[in-house]
Each structure stands twice: as C-alpha cells, then as structure tokens.
Design a protein around this ligand. Structure first.
Ligand code: NCD
Length: 317
C-alpha cells in the first residue's frame, strides 16, 4: 500500500497544465499510478490517505467519466466528496466564477477539481482559493489528467513510451486532450504526429514539436498507437467539416485505415465516442486493438496518484 513516506510531494501545488510538471514529477506520478492500478486489480486499492480531507468537483461542463473518475478516486482514498454541477447551481443564476471561488474557499476544501468552458478558468481560480486546484479540462486549452492517464495506459500495455510513433487524429483544433497529450508524449520521448483536415488543425501546430498530416494513409504509416478524438460539434460555430459521413470517409478509423499503421497498432479514444463518425464500432470494441476500456480503468488509478501526490503539498509552493 503506497503511503506518504514512499512518495514525495510534487514541485507544483496545482495541476493546471502539463507544463507544471517536471520530468521527475511525471515519473513519480506514473509510478504511483501503476501501483494504484496494480492494487485495483487486486481489489485492494482503498486506503485512508485523504481521510478528513474534502474534494470539491466543480463542473461547469457536462462530464461522465472524468467527474465520476475523480469522485471514485477520492473516495477510495477516504476523502469526502462534494459534486457541484454548475449548470444547475448559482452560476446559472449569474454568479461569477470568482464569487463561486470565494464561497467554495469558505468551505475550506483541500482539493478543487474544475472543468470549465473557458481556457484559463482553473488558473484564475487557483489564485483565489487556498487549496490545490486540478484542471479537469478548460476550453480547448488543457486536460492534464487525461494525458497522464493515457500515458499510464500506454506504459502498462507497452512498457515504455520512449520511441513510440503516436498519431493523434481528428478534431485537434478544439481538443484540450490533444494539447496536453502532445506536451506529455514529447517529454516522454514519443514521436507525435497530428492528422486531420486543415480546418481542424490549429495554425500554430507546426510549433508543437509534431509532424502534421492531412491524410490518414501517410499519417498513420508505421504508427504504434492511433489516438482518435471526438469531433467536438458543440464547440463548432460554423461548418468545419462537410458532413459526418464524409468526415468518416476521410478520417474515421476503420480496419482499412488501421491497416496503414504498424502491425499490431493499438487504438485509444478519450471518450465520449461518436461511433461511425471518428471511429467504427468494430475497432472501438475489439479488445485486442482497443485500449478504450483500459483508459477508463487507468483514469481512476492515475487520479488516485494525482490526488495523493497533491495532498502532500507543493514543494515550491
Ligand atoms: C474529453 C474532454 O472533455 O475534453 N473527454 C474526457 O475528458 N474524457 C474529450 C471530449 O470531450 O471529446
């Protein structure tokens, strides 16, 4: 059972971006995540490291897996959890984010997990509250815990990430998952490629340390891992793709396109999936190919590790 004596605190007090983490922090978080994942398989992951502590889940956008994953992780560590779904709370009555922060701060939480539609909202909140803040997705900016759980999934399945060729495909423009993953995978030594139509690739992507492709055939060549992204229609004001059918034809992952990748290539998706739009069901549901369920499993373990490490306090404040 991991305890406070076997791991040290992180250099950061909050987890707002992958850039908050130094390589030693990343390595110790992934190692701790691996321990929690092993324990969860043995059904022995529960401990009381966060007993007496309170975690508030503050979600301004809908979430199924992320919110529940944080809740389960915190409960398994013995914390009290409050879930605040902000569409039904004071925010809907016009309270500002900073008023909400002041109110929550008065409740003295130890950990605040926030998802918000605006990039930078978690960073703003972290300046106004006295507890650790975790970014569970802000606009199209970052989703650092998703990138960490994806790295844990890959490490568990493939051993090392260093040297892997990984393609992130689809709606990169609106994807906070892609932005966090590109940073983390680059730090961990993977060769990262982005594949998508020109309308869904950010203009500055060539400065992200990746290679950009606009067609699946050349982009997937010799890739070990194919990470598919949801077409984020709710973030699209105008027409970014001609139709879902045409999108699937060019960019949807089916067996034929997966054959362009390396033999035995594995497939990931952060969920929720649009089946038949960015991925076909036969790929998504094939346990030999798809890591999608493993990602959800790794999510709880990784978040236990993150909560555990952050609860020890940031070394550099
Ligand atoms: C992602 C998100 O919310 O950014 N989902 C998730 O956290 N599992 C990706 C998405 O919504 O498509």
């Amino acid at each position: 059972m991991p305890n406070a004596h076997t791991i040290s605190g992180l250099a950061t007090r909050h987890l707002l971006s992958i850039a908050d983490l130094h390589r030693p922090d990343i390595d110790s978080l992934l190692a701790l995540g691996e321990t929690y994942l092993d324990l969860s398989v043995q059904k022995d992951a529960r401990n009381d490291i966060l007993a007496g502590k309170t975690l508030i889940n503050l979600f301004f956008e809908n979430s199924t897996r992320t919110e529940k994953s944080f809740e389960l992780a915190a409960r398994r560590l013995g914390a009290d959890v409050i879930n605040m779904s902000m569409s039904t709370s004071s925010a809907a009555k016009g309270e500002t984010l900073l008023d909400t922060a002041t109110t929550l701060n008065a409740m003295n939480p130890d950990l605040l997990v926030i998802r918000h539609g605006a990039s930078g909202a978690p960073a703003l909140l972290s300046q106004k509250v006295s507890c650790a803040v975790i970014n569970a997705g802000d606009g199209a900016h970052e989703h650092p815990t998703q990138a960490l759980l994806d790295a844990l999934t890959l490490r568990t399945r493939l051993g090392a990430i260093d040297g892997l060729r990984i393609a992130i495909c689809g709606d990169i423009l609106h994807s906070r998952v892609a932005r966090s993953n590109v940073q983390l995978l680059n730090i961990l030594g993977a060769e990262v490629r982005l594949i998508g139509p020109p309308t869904l690739i950010p203009q500055d992507a060539d400065q992200w340390g990746v290679e950009v492709f606009h067609d699946m055939k050349s982009g997937l060549k010799a890739c070990d891992v194919v990470m598919m992204l949801r077409l984020q229609l709710e973030r699209m004001g105008g027409a970014f793709v001609p139709s879902k059918r045409e999108y699937f034809h060019f960019y949807g992952l089916d067996q034929k396109k997966l054959d362009y990748a390396a033999p035995g290539a594995l497939v990931m998706h952060p969920g929720p999936m649009n089946r038949g739009v960015e991925i076909s069901s036969d790929i998504a549901d094939d346990p030999d190919i798809s890591l999608i369920t493993a990602q959800v499993e790794a999510g709880v373990a990784m978040r236990m590790a993150i909560l555990h490490a952050l609860s020890l306090g940031g070394v550099n404040g």
